[in-house]
Design a protein around this ligand. Structure first.
Ligand SMILES: Cc1ncc(COP(=O)(O)O)c(C=O)c1O
Length: 391
């Protein structure tokens, strides 16, 4: 008999009932150090007082109102995002997948309105992940995600990650945009080097196409800048955001320049829940924290400390780990042992990590992780590695 919850997930036998900062508490009372943060979602950790306050204050006043009316919390969050980024305008969604849908529509509509309706193709890269909607899986294009689900949507050209010549050659009169994650998350913490991001920006400018960045996983302070592309000194035309922006409340956004968004006039897109008062109230509280330069300085300091200790861990367990990769608090341990075994050994030692492609385990802790948490992380990961070595 099929499970009452559609069995699309491989779930670990863990049943968390409470979260406190960087810690998750299991129904049996065990405390787990959460280095996954709901896959880069709980940016301020679990039950951050400012987020609890923002949510409960809003819940006592108004939960939902249609986008047929003004939503002051949405306006406030859009203003904050515009103030702190390249963007001139923001559309709110409930997830990263929905942000992908709009990013694709926006790029195509831009060219349609400019009389270049043949420009519909979006260039994407192997190992990418943009969500599980029809457009999301067609954009990523991997057989694992698309097989069995009928025809993939046309208009996506899949390129080899890191092959800049391939990108240059793939741009034609039908190209609308390049869509790329500055750091691939699901793909195994694979960073696009700053020089390549700069080259992609230059190529887009030269060839008159749009640059769409998917910062759903790497954005919102995760790399030690508000958004990862800032390290390369470039800006996109369109950017997808989700996960961390809601700190655990479902919230996503598409940010765009005025020019890139010019096709999206009244009636061209919409969402019932996108930009609802609850989500936006929480999003404002998240933004107030992650835009504080002192907060980002701390993320960078702790990221340096964690990375240095992880290098030591890799050195101490050469049979289990190969290398450390990533940026800020978006780190990956490339494994020699099978990554799932390492994640499971982590569970045995009460530390949560997240598997990714390329035999990597991801460490995406709350950005509020303390120095003591880092000490605990290393202790537990070291025990997990020893358990694998002695198995
Ligand atoms: C880079 C990236 N884009 C898009 C998505 C899809 O986001 P969501 O699961 O919120 O729909 C994810 C989710 O893991 C992601 O990592």
């Amino acid at each position: 008999m099929i499970a009452s919850v559609l069995p699309t997930y491989n779930r670990a036998p863990l049943n968390f009932v409470k979260g406190e900062g960087s810690w998750l508490i299991e129904a049996d009372g065990r405390r787990f150090l959460d280095l996954g943060a709901g896959i880069a979602v709980n940016a301020l950790g679990h039950a951050h007082p400012a987020l609890v306050q923002a949510l409960t204050d809003q819940a006592q006043n108004l939960w939902h109102v249609s986008n047929l009316y003004q939503i002051p919390q949405q306006q406030a969050l859009a203003d904050k995002l515009v103030e702190h980024t390249f963007a001139d305008t923001v559309f709110f969604t409930n997830s990263g997948t929905e942000a992908c849908e709009l990013a694709v529509k926006m790029a195509r509509k831009y060219f349609y309105d400019k009389g270049q309706e043949q420009r519909v193709e979006i260039l994407t890269f192997d190992g990418s992940f943009h969500g599980r909607s029809a457009a999301g899986i067609s954009a990523a294009g991997s057989e694992k995600m698309t097989k069995g689900f009928g025809p993939v949507l046309p208009g996506f050209v899949h390129l080899t990650f890191g092959d800049m010549d391939g990108v240059t050659n793939a741009i034609t009169d039908n190209t609308a945009a390049i869509l790329i994650e500055p750091i691939q998350g699901e793909g195994g913490i694979r960073a696009v080097p700053d020089a390549e991001l700069k080259a992609l920006r230059a190529l887009c400018d030269e060839r008159g196409i749009l640059l769409i960045l998917d910062e759903v996983q790497c954005g919102v302070g995760r790399t030690g800048k508000l958004f990862a592309h800032e390290w390369a000194g470039i800006t996109p035309d369109i950017m997808m955001v989700a996960k961390g922006i809601g700190g655990g409340f479902p919230l996503g956004a598409v940010l765009a320049t005025e020019d890139a968004a010019s096709g999206m006039t009244a009636g061209t897109h919409g969402s019932t829940y996108g930009g609802n008062p609850l989500g936006c109230a929480v999003g404002c509280a998240v933004m107030d924290h992650v835009t504080d330069p002192a907060f980002l300085d701390e993320v960078n300091r702790k990221a340096g400390l964690l990375r240095q200790k992880l290098e030591g861990l890799v050195g101490a367990h050469p049979e289990v780990f190969e290398s450390v990769r990533g940026s800020g608090l978006m780190l990956g341990l490339k494994c020699k042992a099978t990554n799932i075994d390492v994640v499971n050994a982590g569970y045995d030692n009460q530390v949560i990590t997240v598997p990714a492609a390329d035999n990597v385990i991801r460490l995406l802790p709350p950005l509020t992780l303390s120095d003591d948490d880092i000490t605990q992380a290393l202790l537990r990961l070291d025990q997990a590695a020893t358990q694998i070595e002695t198995a």
